[in-house]
Design a protein around this ligand. Sequence first.
Ligand code: F6R
Ligand code: MG
Ligand code: MG
Length: 368
Amino acid sequence: MSKITFSIIKADIGSLAGHHTVTEEQMKAAREMLGEAKAEGLIFDYYVFHVGDDLQLVMLHDKGENSPEIHGLAWNTFKEITEKVSKRDKLYAAGQDLLAEAFSGNVRGLGPGVAEMEFEPRKSEPIIVFAADKTEPGAWNLPLYRVYADPFTTPGLVIDPRMHQGFVFQVMDLVEGKVVELNTPEELYDLLALIGTPSRYVISRVWRKDGLLAASASTTRLSLIAGRYVGKDDPVLVVRAQHGLPAVGEYLEAFAFPHLVAGWMRGSHVGPLMPVGLKDARCTRFDGPPRVVALGFQIADERLIGPADLFDDPAFDWSRRVATEVADYIRRHGPFMPHRLGPEEMEYTTLPQVLEKLKERFRPAEGQ
Ligand code: F6R
Ligand code: MG
Ligand code: MG
C-alpha cells in the first residue's frame, strides 16, 4: 500500500461554562464539514472529538504532512464554527486559538496545534492519539521518555530484538526554534539534560533506530506566538504501536503515574496530569486538574476503525485517585511556588501588569 497521512489538528474556538467543554453543536458542525470533505475526496476518513474546551479533528488522507489543503480544511472548519456556532451561542472565548486573521498555507504558528505522521501502513497499524487539556507540549516529555527509553515501563526494549537498538528522539528548542536528534540509550543523559526543562525543550518526534517513525507531537506554544497568555496549548500526540514498537499497554503504562505538568488554572500552575475517558475529559476543579485521553485506532486502507477509549478503564482508577490527592496537596500552596509557576513562565500572564504597579514604590534598601 502507498503512504497515508494521519493528521490531528486542534483548537480552542470557544467553550461552554467558561473553559470547561466544547458543545455538541460545535462537534456536529465539525462532523458535517469533515463529512463534506470526505464526500469530495479530499480526506479518506475523519473522527471528531474534544478534550475539555479543545475541538479535535482527526483526518486520514494522502496529502502528506503540512498539506495546505488539509491545514486549510482544519482552519476553515475552526473559522466557520467560530462564526456560526461559538459567536452565535456567545460561547466563552469564541475563536480563542485562531491567532491569525488569515490562513497562510499552514496552521503551524497560527494558533491551532498539529501532530502529523506520513507513513506506509504496516499489515496491521494500531495508532494511539493522546490529547490533553490545560497543559503544554512539554507534558509529553516524561511519558515519551518512559515509553521509548525506560525498560521499567517498556520491557520490549529489553525483550524484543526489533526494539533493542533503541530509539532516536527529536527535541525542539521552542525558544530558539531549533531541533536536535539524540540517540538512546547512548545519549540518555544528554536527552534528559534537555527534556527535564519541559517549558523550553519538547520531544517533537521519535523514530526507531532503523528509521521507522513512531511518534509525532504538537509543539505549539501559544504564548510564544502571541507574546502574551492566550490559553494553554493543550497538546496532542500520535504514536504507532505493536509489532516491533511499544505495545499499546506500554504506552498507556507511562501515564499510570500522574506526573506534574504546567498549566491548570490560568495556565499558571503546576498540577497532576489525570488520565481519563472521554466522558470525563472536562476540566472542573480549579479549571482542572489537567486531563489526558488516549484513543486507539486501526487503519484499514482508507478507513479509520475505532476509536477505543483507552483510559476509560478501572485499571486507571488508582492513577485518578493519586491525581486527585496530589491536586489537593499542591492546591494548599495557594499562590506560592512551586504550585504557581516561576517568574519566567509568568511573564506571559497578566502578573507583570500587577508587578508594574509596585515598581515605583520600591526604594533602595540601604541601611535597612
Ligand atoms: C487555562 C484556562 C483557564 C483560564 C481562567 C481565566 O488554560 O484557560 O484556567 O485561564 O479560567 O480565564 P479568563 O481570564 O478568560 O476569565
Ligand atoms: Mg478555553
Ligand atoms: Mg483547552
